[in-house]
Design a binder for this molecule. Structure first.
Ligand SMILES: [Fe+2]
Length: 212
């Protein structure tokens, strides 16, 4: 078991709220958008849906900007019960933001429910299984994976294979119809990166050979 010690993925996610800067936030949004778009295409969802989920992926944590008023007012970095309560408000606050800006109902719902877990343990509404909008179920997997595979001030990024193992430990949170295709995508990306690395090494070897 790889594990995050006694802490679960949610605690890791929550710690991130206190430590991330804006640049990290935006990079995370871009990565979730990319993964969710790729996964939606893999699931053969229509182009409008793929567009909407890419937008929702970029904006999914926008509610943190409103929650930050409460989160950063304290004089310490500990994740106390009060702060956790405000962290959990970010999906509802994000929903308010995108509604006010006139985004489609589907995008708004994806953002509102991106922390719902398939087993009903998520928030804000403890939705269970297929009650959770499809887009939110897709975002959930991509969001956790993108968080695990990026550096945090309190830990280094996990590699893709380790991140998948961590997801498997918490697989009850995810829809298996989404999780299995997601695993295929991650494996494809691992292979793509290995190919790129080998190609780069071949070019480097050729250059070195040419210089001798
Ligand atoms: Fe979030």
């Amino acid at each position: 078991m790889v594990g995050l010690g006694e802490d679960n993925l949610e605690l890791d996610e929550m710690s991130a709220y206190l430590t991330e800067d804006l640049e990290t936030e935006i990079a995370h949004g871009i990565e979730v958008s990319r993964l969710a778009g790729r996964l939606a295409k893999e699931l053969k969802l229509d182009p409008d849906f793929c567009h909407d989920i890419e937008v929702a992926g970029m904006l999914h944590d926008i509610g943190k900007l409103r929650a930050s008023t409460y989160l950063y007012g304290g004089d310490d970095d500990t994740l106390n019960v009060e702060k956790m309560r405000y962290v959990r408000m970010h999906s509802s606050l994000g929903y308010e933001v995108v509604r006010e800006e006139g985004y489609s109902d589907r995008i708004c719902e994806m953002i509102l429910h991106h922390h719902e877990n398939y087993d009903g343990t998520g928030y804000p509404d403890n939705l269970i299984g297929e009650e959770i909008p499809l887009g939110a179920r897709i975002l959930r997997v991509c969001d956790v994976f993108a968080a695990l595979t990026s550096d945090r001030p309190y830990r280094k990024a996990f590699d893709n294979a380790t991140a998948v193992e961590l997801l498997i430990e918490e697989v009850r949170h995810f829809d298996m119809k989404i999780f299995l295709p997601f695993q295929s995508i991650v494996h494809e990306e691992i292979l793509e990166r290995e190919k790129e690395k080998m190609a780069a090494e071949t070019v480097a070897d050729m250059k070195n050979g040419g210089a001798v």
